[in-house]
Design a protein around this ligand. Structure first.
Ligand code: NAD
Length: 329
């Protein structure tokens, strides 16, 4: 039985990945600074450790064959634009220490979870953006703060492979969404935030949308994401690889899909002062299709329907759906 570590196992993707790996016969240790918020972990062992600290990274990697390093201080665009120093500080420390601890403990394979935020701003200036190929990451001009750390850590992985022979795998996620993801508190991303706003709005009410809503993105459902991670870990592909959807939608379209899932009509109030990130971003899936035979299987409408249902039930359980506010921000 392979012994694997999932860091960030108290977070959204990490929690789902633990379930996937347990179901596929792995022995799993989960590590995080917090336990999963919305469901019990199924990891065989779960340790609360701050992975910015070197000694904790050594403890986390003891007796481990493969590391999936998902721990990161992160959030949606509002969060990553506001806490750049903290994000770079924490995430550089986590990845530098985790890589070195993995090397010292003779770990066989190491996954680093990078992001579409590594892609340069100059390729994402229009809503009808050309899908981003892996090689487009250079010449570098990533998202300030969060994206620079991701690009730096990608290279650190490459050098650990070249200099020490540690097998590293790097995945670039494009907007992963689904149930059990953060939906309030300031770290939530657009699909979860819109589900929450629409669940809280009355039928016929108004919701706030950041920017003019014509900015575009693609969204990948969590079940497809963990399948992609697993295939990448089992492959011999050493270069960074996109895992995302290549169906481009505007934020306004995203609102309409969530509203349909909710069975509500809502009007949008666009707040142009709020951060909205790049103008357009899409994943080119040619390489991931060729290398892993992977494609996102879950239609956006289906995934958002499940996500909306889960967020609505959370709000209901918390007694937040009784007030019926007209304008929700
Ligand atoms: P998440 O915030 O739900 O999970 C990250 C987890 O890391 C959290 O549970 C957090 O407590 C933990 N963590 C933070 N600091 C820590 C520390 N010092 N020590 C130990 N644990 C710590 O985020 P997620 O969406 O599950 O993202 C997982 C990984 O995927 C991250 O590396 C993230 O940057 C990357 N990623 C995610 C997306 C996405 O759309 N969700 C997109 C691109 C990249």
């Amino acid at each position: 039985m392979k012994r694997v570590l999932v860091t960030g196992a108290g977070g959204f993707i990490g929690h789902h990945l633990v379930n996937y790996l347990v179901d596929h016969g792995y022995w799993v240790r989960g590590v995080d600074i917090k336990r999963p918020e919305y469901a019990e972990t199924r990891a065989h062992e779960f340790e609360l450790l701050d992975l910015r600290r070197w000694a904790n990274c050594l403890q986390a990697t003891r007796g481990i064959d493969e590391v999936h390093n998902l721990a990161a201080n992160m959030g949606g665009i509002g969060f990553i634009e506001s806490y750049k120093a903290e994000i770079m500080h924490d995430n550089v420390l986590i990845n530098i220490h985790m890589l070195e601890a993995a090397r010292l403990h003779g770990v066989q394979r190491y996954l680093y979870t990078s992001s579409a935020c590594v892609y340069p701003g100059y390729r994402q200036e229009s809503p009808d953006v050309a899908p981003l190929k892996e090689e487009d990451a250079y010449p570098a001009d990533p998202e300030d703060g969060y994206g620079w750390e991701k690009l730096y850590s990608e290279r650190q992985c490459r050098h650990y492979t070249e200099d020490y022979g540690l097998e590293t795998r790097v995945v670039r996620f494009h907007n992963i969404y689904g149930p059990l993801g953060t939906y309030d508190g300031g770290r939530e991303k657009s699909p979860a935030a819109l589900c929450r706003k629409i669940a809280l709005a009355e039928d016929g009410g108004e919701i706030e949308v950041w920017g003019d809503g014509n900015q575009t993105r693609s969204y990948c459902y969590i079940d497809d994401c963990v399948e992609g991670i697993h295939r990448l870990m089992r492959s011999e592909h050493r270069e960074p690889l996109n895992v995302g959807s290549d169906r481009l939608v505007t934020i306004n379209e995203l609102v309409d899909i969530v509203a349909r899932a909710a069975g509500k009509t809502v009007t949008r109030r666009h707040d142009l002062t709020k951060p909205q990130g790049v103008r357009g971003r899409n994943s080119d899936n040619s390489r991931v299709r060729a290398v892993l035979g992977w494609e996102p299987a879950t239609e956006l409408e289906v995934g958002l329907d499940r996500t909306y249902g889960w967020i609505q039930s959370q709000l209901e359980a918390a007694g937040k759906l009784d007030r019926g506010p007209v304008a929700v921000v």
